[in-house]
Design a protein around this ligand. Structure first.
Ligand code: KG4
Ligand code: ZN
Length: 348
């Protein structure tokens, strides 16, 4: 099976061709990502209208490049998968419409992919992971703990009551005068700093349940930045302290998730992290420790597959199509689309 995957839900335009080869190393035939960093940098964050227009400008060329990389034509495909929500609706519409148009013209199955499901299933593209697994989904718009029971079968264990972890990195970086996107900038600055330099608040820490909160942390960082000269050593120490604090919060909440599952005699096969923030090495280290304490492996996709990409969308398309799941060309793009509709609606 060979699927084209399109991703346009935030600030990366992406197209990828992915197969379901038994050999994991052969699956990704092409994976093109065009970042909109330059377009959004002057604003210090993603501007939805600029994003939608940039997706429209870039997507056709990216698809052509991805097909060339894979040395295939549209005629070789078994289906088209496009992120159809949740996300910035203008961009989501660009990808979904493009995917539906190709599917209509080539008479191919169309798979409307939930962006969060694409992040959630990426480890099955890269590793031999079986259901159920405990997933920490941490990105710019989302911060959730989920039990992944199967394709389309998710149980939300906890979510953020205010900001997402990625937002906390991005806003923290802005306060410290670092580049956008903030996560990688904080990680680089933190490498020179002392993670114990500042004792920042850890909202929700030690409380029952698995919900997250980051807004108090952000406020504390704002006060810290306002009362210090932005010398390189201050910025490095503040970045290292922020990163360590976020890692502590994620560790604490995920530990509670293991506790809840153990009480129910539910045995996850692995602790999995996905989404842009999962590419952070300090966070990976903490989660590896937690997984070890719970006698399961810690698995996260390589950094390039943690941040938004088309390969994860194509793979989610493969997982769904294998089960006979496809969508009509009347599928409407969704700004919100929770993975676990039975839980209270998650932010973002
Ligand atoms: O998954 P993603 O590419 O897009 C969304 O779906 O949101 O995640 C982007 C987020 C941004 O907030 C970015 O700052 C964060 O992931 N991020 C990181 C790192 N790389 C990206 N956060 C911490 N450390 C990193 N190395
Ligand atoms: Zn994402």
């Amino acid at each position: 099976m060979l699927i084209l995957g399109l991703e346009t839900s935030c600030d990366e335009t992406a197209a990828a061709a992915v197969g379901d080869d038994a050999d994991f190393a052969c699956r990704i035939r092409a994976n093109r990502v065009a970042s909109q960093l330059v377009e959004h940098k002057p604003y210090g964050g993603v501007v939805p209208e600029i994003a939608a227009r940039a997706h429209l400008d870039k997507l056709d060329d990216l698809i052509r490049l991805a097909l060339d990389d894979a040395k295939i034509t549209l005629g070789d495909l078994d289906g088209i998968a496009a992120t159809s929500g949740p996300g910035l609706i203008g961009g989501v519409m660009v990808g979904a419409m493009t995917g539906k148009s190709i599917a209509a013209v080539r008479n191919l199955p169309f798979i409307a992919v939930n962006h969060l499901e694409a992040h959630a299933l990426t480890v099955r593209l890269t590793n031999d992971i079986t259901f159920p697994y405990l997933l920490l989904l941490v990105s710019g718009g989302h911060c959730q703990l989920l039990l992944v029971k199967g394709v389309g079968a998710y149980r939300l264990l906890g979510t953020t009551i205010d900001d997402a972890a990625g937002e906390c990195f991005d806003k923290g970086a802005k306060l410290l005068g670092l580049d956008y996107p903030g996560g990688p900038a904080i990680e680089r600055a933190a490498a020179q700093g002392n993670p114990k330099a500042f004792d920042l608040p850890r909202p929700m820490l030690g409380r029952a349940g698995c919900d997250f909160s980051f807004s108090g942390l952000k406020t504390a960082l704002r006060q810290l930045a306002a009362t210090h000269q932005p010398s390189p050593s201050f910025v490095a120490d503040a970045a290292a302290s922020l990163q360590a604090t976020i890692a502590d919060i994620l560790y604490d909440r995920a530990r509670n998730a293991f506790g809840i599952l153990a009480e129910e005699n539910e045995k996850p096969t692995a602790l999995v992290a996905a989404g842009g923030v999962a590419s952070n090495n300090a966070i990976r280290t903490r989660l590896t420790k937690l997984a070890g304490e719970n006698r399961v492996p810690f698995v996260a996709p390589p950094a390039a597959l943690c941040t938004d990409n088309g390969a994860m969308v194509a793979w989610a398309g493969i997982e769904r199509l294998r089960l006979g799941l496809k969508d009509g060309l009347d599928f409407a793009a969704r700004p919100r689309w929770p993975l676990d509709p039975s839980a209270r609606e998650a932010r973002g």
